[in-house]
Design a protein around this ligand. Structure first.
Ligand code: GUN
Length: 300
């Protein structure tokens, strides 16, 4: 058997088109959706992600305010910048690219962002809302994974979803989303302490690899006919590649394709969806701001 490859790029293109339409209708109402993108330091992967996010915003007719800070920036400086952006009425969303330089506590910075502008959905208030099943910003990558499943018509209700990885960015929020009554999945979360991963992964109807370990999931760990979603984006050295590296997922693509019914590639799977979902979160922030203006400044 050879898996059907899920085209994340194409699905993301549709989502970005939808975002462009929503942006244009907001602009007609006098609101120009704007995301402040803050990058501290020059981590090559982060520089590339931030560039891709800003390009996508521009293509959807949305604004980005690009703020680059040196790697030696103090936590105090970053916190005061976040406070300025919180107060800026022209900025609807704030994204501080992670990871941050070692001298800055990520927790302190994330908690300082106004939850109403936290389009990453990383603020403790947003994370709490997600776990309680209340409305709020859903982190972009888990949202992208769900959209891929929805667009591919993969049934989630009643399915056993096994997530490999327990990060705050992907594993935990994705588990919380899948447990919502309307999605109705049964969820197993495995991690580095789980021991024999195959014991769990071979039981998955839908397997999500989000461990950050290149090639961790091989065909032998996949149930025949399972749907496999690869969230991993790992840079591995490759002297034959122009840049000296290539991107590899957490899933060993060739062996997985022999077992899975559907499989996402890396690149071109989940990655483009993350960016498309970010556009939708920025629009949600801008729309709720516009609604608040019509109702006398309230935004909740
Ligand atoms: N670093 C890796 N992924 C993300 C993301 O989705 N948002 C932010 N802010 N930083 C990241």
């Amino acid at each position: 058997m050879s898996a059907v490859i899920i085209d994340g790029k194409e699905i993301a293109r549709k989502k970005r088109e939808e975002a462009a339409l929503r942006a244009s209708s907001l602009k007609q109402k006098g609101v120009s959706p704007c995301l402040a993108v803050v990058l501290a330091g020059e981590d090559p992967a982060s520089v590339s992600y931030v560039g891709a996010k800003e390009k996508a915003l521009g293509e959807a007719g949305m604004e980005s305010r690009d703020i680059r800070l040196p790697a030696y920036t103090s936590e105090e400086r970053l916190l005061s910048l976040v406070a300025e952006l919180n107060a800026d009425r022209l900025v609807h969303g704030i994204l501080v690219q992670l990871p941050l330089p070692a001298q800055i506590r990520e927790k302190a910075v994330i908690s300082a962002i106004d939850p109403r502008k936290d389009v990453d959905g990383f603020h403790p208030v947003q994370a709490g809302r997600l776990f309680l099943g209340e409305p709020g910003f859903i982190p972009c990558t888990p949202q992208g994974v769900l959209e891929l499943l929805r667009e591919t018509a993969v049934p989630v209700s009643g399915a056993h979803v096994v997530i490999v990885g327990r990060s705050n960015l992907v594993g935990k929020p994705l588990a919380a989303l899948l447990l919502r009554r309307e999605l109705n999945a049964t969820v197993t979360v495995c991690h580095t302490g789980s021991g024999d991963l195959a014991r769990y992964t071979t039981r998955a109807d839908i397997l999500v690899a989000a461990a950050g370990k290149p090639g961790l999931i091989t065909g032998g760990m996949i149930k025949k006919g399972a749907v496999v979603i690869d969230v991993g984006v790992n840079r591995v050295n490759d002297t034959s590649a122009k840049r000296g590296y290539r991107l590899k997922g957490d899933v060993d693509f060739e062996s997985a394709a022999q077992k899975a019914s559907y499989l996402t590639p890396v690149p071109g799977g989940v990655g483009p969806m993350t960016i498309a979902m970010l556009l939708h979160n920025v629009l949600k922030a801008a729309e709720s701001c516009a609604g608040a203006d019509e109702t006398g400044g309230r935004r909740d």
